[in-house]
Design a protein around this ligand. Structure first.
Ligand SMILES: NC(=O)c1ccc[n+]([C@@H]2O[C@H](COP(=O)([O-])OP(=O)(O)OC[C@H]3O[C@@H](n4cnc5c(N)ncnc54)[C@H](O)[C@@H]3O)[C@@H](O)[C@H]2O)c1
Length: 292
């Protein structure tokens, strides 16, 4: 396989824009795609703002910012990705939607190119089977926010060949990220461990063992976590937390992963965390106020 130099990113949201950012900083040419020109432009604006913030904080130079920025180009159709060596799909977490993307993408993508998904929960093996190249398909799972987080999980589907795995590994190392290799089982490693802890914190709240403040302080000060589990849940998004717990519960058929009914209630209320301005904390005032 030739060295990866041109990277397509599908989905210019929270994660896709971060992935485009770190790829461009590492010297890759990046094509950023989304459903509309407006969405691509919004993703580009996010990258622009985050690069500027990195210059302001002294983490990168103005020259590095300019060089990275010049490497990212908008791509409003999949045709523009035809020449990519690697396409990282980071679109909305919905299996049917991702399958639809692969059908259209495979029709134009060059045969040797690798397709990766940034999916947090969907089986890599199942997604690979929806492409014309399961052996050249792999999970490259970035953490949020991508420019700040060091870890990437590499997940092989059952058919992923060694050449693809090694190309993905070399690519991630060029991004200056650290790799954990995970087998293709529900939620991989980080979320398999993290989400049951968050779910247990919500049960602790639900059963009245502690208040939001007591639970978050306990884990910050007593377990040295940088953020309390309920604050972290709000940051991830409570709908995302619920969907990961559902994947664990169904995928592993084990009652220990049962989503807490209080989590379900918050999601039903639309109290999804920071993005909705309300979750386990209310963010509408100057400082977050616990909602329980
Ligand atoms: N948010 C996280 O913390 C996190 C962490 C790791 C991985 N992920 C994974 O990253 C992926 C994206 O998540 P996100 O948080 O960036 O979501 P997001 O909602 O911020 O962005 C998703 C983007 O995909 C676009 N999209 C939808 N259909 C598309 C299509 N057919 N073609 C091109 N673009 C399309 C949407 O318009 C949107 O801009 C998901 O698979 C998710 O599981 C998320």
């Amino acid at each position: 396989m030739h060295r990866i130099s041109r990277v397509g990113v599908i989905g210019a949201g929270q994660m896709g824009s971060g992935i485009a950012h770190v790829c461009a900083m590492a010297g890759f040419d990046v094509l950023l795609n989304d459903v509309s020109r407006e969405r691509v432009e919004a993703g580009m604006a996010t990258v622009d703002g985050n690069l500027a913030r990195q210059v302001a904080s002294g983490r990168i130079t103005e020259e590095q910012r300019q060089a990275a920025w010049s490497r990212i180009k908008p791509a409003s159709t999949y045709d523009a990705l035809a020449d990519a060596d690697l396409v990282i799909e980071s679109a909305t977490e919905n299996e049917a939607l991702k399958r639809g993307i692969y059908t259209e993408l495979c029709a134009v993508l060059k045969p040797g190119a690798v397709i990766a998904t940034n999916s947090s929960t969907i089986s890599i093996t199942r997604l690979a089977a929806a492409t014309d190249r399961p052996e050249r398909f792999i999970g490259i799972h970035f953490m949020n926010p991508v420019p700040l987080m060091d870890l990437v999980e590499l997940v092989r589907g059952i058919a992923t060949d060694d050449e693809t795995f090694e190309a993905a590994r070399a690519f991630v190392m060029e991004l200056n990220k650290k790799i954990s290799v995970a087998e293709d089982f529900p939620a991989f490693i980080v979320n398999r461990i993290l989400l049951p802890m968050i779910n247990e914190a919500i049960y602790t709240l639900y059963e009245g063992v502690g208040t939001v403040d007591a639970i978050d302080n306990a884990m910050r000060l007593g377990a040295n976590h940088p953020m309390g589990p309920l604050q972290l849940a709000d940051f991830i998004g409570l709908d995302t937390c619920l969907s990961i717990m559902q994947v664990l519960y169904e995928g592993l058929a084990d009652s220990k992963y049962r989503p807490c009914p209080l989590l379900v209630k918050y999601v039903e209320a639309g109290w999804l965390g920071r993005k909705a301005n309300r979750g386990f904390y209310d963010y509408r005032g100057p400082t977050p106020v616990p909602t329980r």
